[in-house]
Design a binder for this molecule. Structure first.
Ligand SMILES: [Zn+2]
Length: 198
């Protein structure tokens, strides 16, 4: 068993007093023209700051791993992991699903921990492209597998709810490492199972 240490990820922001952030949120809302003296909005800055803090604070977890029981070359695939992250350009959420596949060498990860890796990497200010690569790098660093494949599909509310208003559009990104990058047959197996398996 090993404890998660995110050497490839930036450290979480230093804890700052949320009352100072709430004061600044109140000024922001006032500058946008909202009347903070109304009773309806009085507690909004504090709620806004706590929500932002929660959505950008990566949950820590213990990455339980085991001696592999997989056959040599066996693909382990965890599909349809729902996640929410925050676009670092607009500080608006993007939400989607992740499919994580890997070919173990000596270690396998507890299956529920695969989802925890996704949430750990997602709960911060992010861009989808970097998030995809960080999940793959975490798997490589902690399990030293023969290959890793990460496929994310997400809706970015900064694009679907504002701006171009591209309602329903999704963005897909992949990061491949090792045999799942280099071996076309292994890559094809991952892609077909990730996209079409029941
Ligand atoms: Zn954005």
């Amino acid at each position: 068993m090993s404890v998660s240490t995110m050497t490839s990820l930036p450290a979480a922001p230093a804890p700052a007093p949320l009352d100072e952030a709430a004061d600044l949120a109140a000024r922001l809302l006032a500058a946008l023209g909202f009347d903070l003296t109304s009773s309806e909005l009085a507690a909004t800055p504090g709620r806004m700051v706590r929500a932002l803090k929660e959505m950008t604070t990566p949950p820590t977890f213990t990455a339980t791993d085991f001696e592999t029981t997989a056959e040599p070359g066996q693909l382990v695939l965890v599909r349809d992991i729902r996640f929410v992250s925050m676009c670092e350009h607009h500080v608006l959420p993007f939400t989607g699903i992740a499919h994580i596949g890997y070919v173990p060498r000596k270690r396998i990860l507890g299956l529920s921990k695969v989802a925890r890796v996704v949430h750990h990497c997602a709960r911060r200010l992010q861009v989808q492209e970097r998030l995809t690569g960080q999940i793959a790098d975490w798997m490589v660093e902690h399990l030293d597998p023969a290959g890793v494949a990460v496929l994310l599909s997400a809706e970015h509310t900064c694009m679907t709810l504002r701006g171009v208003g591209a309602t329903g559009s999704r963005t897909t990104t992949s990061s491949l490492r090792g045999v799942l990058l280099d071996d076309p047959a292994a890559r094809a197996e991952f892609m077909s199972l990730a996209v079409s398996a029941p």
